[in-house]
Ligand binder design. Structure first.
Ligand SMILES: [Zn+2]
Length: 300
């Protein structure tokens, strides 16, 4: 019954659409910069590989524009350096520009000094390209956890107001299963907004998008997000990448079976699923939803 009500409702908010404003986030990197593919592509060759990020971001901007949805774009400094006009288009359409670091190295592979250099460099490049202040940061591959919580102090010290870097799950590449599940302010003043999980039988299940959104049936993803909104009474944080809507991206040679499965699964279904997601939930920018938006303009 409820499903039919959702489907038949048109123009404006569907009857079953959740009232909660959820955060829509895009991690702006290209297909060859994904951490899992790092063993197969030397980062020194990045400038010689076909870039597809700009065309894919433009498709995303169109998709969001159709529903007048505002989102947060966690963008690599490396990308902003090469595509400043794309960054200006993101900002010009009313989206939040945030940082994904400079070169997509996992924080767990950097020293505190290297991390400080990476986030400072990314913030400077993004702010110059976008003409706006950048206050948000997301670690590549959610690579902040128990072993490197010092990174959250570095973020506060370098002018970031929030981080969305911790995934409170167990995963072979990342995760901090005992971390708080929802946004919380740290002693250093930084707000950490963890990736969304669903609590089931004393375990946290990943419910924040990414590869799981392509792996699971859409109805399952929708059910999980609705549970978070309605049972936990919290906004969800959803993320995806520009390369996930690009089934025609060049295939990388020699990739192991598991990584290949995770990266290429259901790319062709992604855009349709995203459209449904935009229809079924209300979406907004991280800074607006979590109250970090009081410094959006750079002083002139
Ligand atoms: Zn990333």
């Amino acid at each position: 019954m409820a499903e039919r009500a959702t489907r038949s409702s048109e123009a404006g908010r569907p009857a079953e659409q959740s009232a909660t404003l959820n955060a829509l986030t895009i991690d702006v990197e290209d297909y060859f910069q994904v951490s899992a593919l790092a063993p197969y592509i030397d980062r020194r060759t990045w400038d010689r590989v076909e870039c597809r990020v700009e065309a894919n971001v433009d498709r995303i901007l169109t998709l969001l524009g159709e529903r007048d949805v505002k989102a947060t774009f966690f963008t690599l400094g490396w990308i902003a350096e090469r595509y400043p006009s794309m960054v200006r288009r993101i900002v010009g359409r009313g989206h939040e520009l945030a940082s994904h670091g400079y070169g997509h190295q996992r924080v767990s592979e950097l020293s505190p000094t290297q991390f400080r250099e990476d986030v400072t460099r990314a913030k400077r490049i993004l702010e110059a390209a976008g003409g706006c202040r950048v206050v948000g940061y997301r670690a590549p591959s959610f690579s902040i956890g128990t072993a490197n919580l010092w990174a959250l102090d570095v973020l506060a010290e370098t002018g970031h107001r929030y981080s969305s870097s911790i995934y409170p799950i167990r995963h072979d590449h990342y995760g901090m299963p005992d971390a708080p599940r929802f946004a919380h302010r740290l002693a250093n003043g930084l707000l950490e907004v963890p990736m969304t999980t669903l609590r089931v039988m004393n375990r946290n299940l990943p419910s924040s998008g990414g590869g799981y959104f392509r792996l699971l049936p859409y109805a399952t993803s929708r059910w999980m997000l609705r549970r978070v909104n309605r049972r936990d009474h919290h906004p969800a944080v959803f993320y995806f990448h520009p390369w996930e809507i690009d089934p025609a991206q060049p295939r990388i040679d020699g990739v192991d079976l598991k990584t290949r499965f995770r990266h290429y699964l259901n790319l062709g279904r992604m855009e349709v699923r995203l459209r449904r997601l935009l229809h079924d939930f209300q979406w907004g920018r991280m800074d607006a939803i979590f109250g970090a938006d009081n410094a959006s303009a750079l002083p002139s």
